[in-house]
Ligand binder design. Structure first.
Ligand code: SF4
Length: 364
């Protein structure tokens, strides 16, 4: 299969081949992956439908909900250009030191009530000290004591084997450490640690028995080749979950001016990730609202997991709107499979009191 295909038949053949491979958990070839990214906007629905078949095969119509708790915000020593918490960041984000266990338990309470299955405890910084690991362990114990069924993931930066084991012993189930961008592109987005440091940390977490979670950020100047390389690199790491972020260009960060994504490109990237990682939890992470916008529902046909509500330093749409999105699109929150019908939205019915027949201008 060659790149640059434009004829309908070629795209249909490509998608058939990709679906066949994915259902057998086989990766696309790099050429097929690039060809998928090169499909046109007029072929988008075919792409979503094809990748959606794979998503439904492995995950049905379930959407897993996750909640981020930013345990320590801002003032990081690292210089990741996309991050509003980086050293020297001029972004007006919340800055605070470690919040206590009770705060995390309170967050878990609201999250569990909303159907969240996984709590992601995140802290800024290069990596946790022994004291930080102790703090997180205490928090995890408090959360698990109150909500034994919630799954806890931590994301604390670069990790040693010993600290990874201590986290596992404390009841942490998963460890997140994103690769973020391709190895080639990595020096352009960070100078204080290397791509290989990130790869090593994923392996360390895995070695300690933690479920590896590793994903990406798009919209940072990457090429299609970078996207494909990263997707295959992630597949090689054998992660259980893969968050896909779309850059939130926060004012005061070096990438504040980078608005490179369209909703259609985001969907093609998600489709590619579904084909490359067919049976893995694919999570639409930061940037969902601002980049997918009114096409968020199509994203649910590709990804089987989202963050509910807010992100680390930016706000998402209201959690209620996330739940409404899932219900309207015909999906169900994982763990709440009985509740399939969208609620009535009488609040959206407004009798017209403007435009023709009134003294007010038309709504245009
Ligand atoms: S991504 Fe993490 S390591 Fe990089 S600057 Fe932000 S908080 Fe620090």
């Amino acid at each position: 299969m060659m790149r640059g295909m434009t004829r309908d038949g070629d795209v249909a053949t490509l998608l058939d081949e990709l679906v066949g491979r994915a259902l057998a958990c086989r990766a696309p070839t790099p050429e097929q992956a690039l060809a998928l990214l090169e499909t046109g906007d007029d072929e988008l629905l075919e792409v979503v439908a094809a990748a959606g078949r794979v998503r439904r095969h492995f995950f049905g119509n379930r959407v897993k909900l996750n909640l981020i708790v930013n345990m320590k915000s801002g003032l990081c020593s690292e210089d990741c250009t996309y991050c509003s918490q980086r050293q020297g960041s001029q972004a007006d984000v919340l800055k605070y030191n470690w919040v206590d266990a009770a705060t995390a338990v309170a967050a878990a309470e609201r999250a569990v009530a909303a159907g969240v299955k996984r709590l992601c405890l995140v802290a800024s910084g290069r990596g946790p000290s022994d004291r930080d690991v102790h703090r997180i362990a205490e928090t995890v114990r408090a959360v698990k004591e109150r909500y034994p069924d919630i799954v806890v993931c931590t994301s604390l930066g670069l990790l040693s084997a010993e600290r990874a084991e201590r986290l596992a012993d404390a009841g942490v189930h998963a460890y997140n450490h994103n690769l973020n961008t391709s190895e080639t592109n990595y020096p352009d987005i960070c100078s204080t640690h290397r791509y290989s440091d990130r790869v090593d940390t994923v392996a360390v977490a895995q070695g300690a028995g933690l479920s590896p979670c590793s994903g990406a950020i798009f919209g940072m100047g990457e090429t299609d080749e970078d996207i494909v390389a990263l997707a295959f690199e992630l597949r090689g790491l054998d992660p259980d979950s893969v968050p896909v972020n779309f850059l939130i260009p926060v004012e005061g960060t070096p990438l504040a001016g980078e608005w490179q994504l369209t909703p259609q490109r985001c969907l093609r990237i998600l489709a590619l990730f579904r084909f490359v990682l067919p049976d893995r939890e694919l999570r639409i992470a930061g940037g969902r609202e601002i980049h997918l916008r009114s096409l968020q529902a199509l994203g649910l046909h590709l990804a089987n997991s989202i963050f509910l509500g807010d992100y680390l330093t930016t706000e998402g749409q209201p959690g209620e709107a996330d739940l409404q999105l899932i219900a309207d699109a015909g999906f169900v929150v994982e763990g709440r499979e009985g509740e399939a019908l969208p609620p009535e939205r009488r609040d959206l019915v407004a009798l017209r009191r403007r435009g023709t027949g009134t003294a007010l201008p038309v709504n245009a």
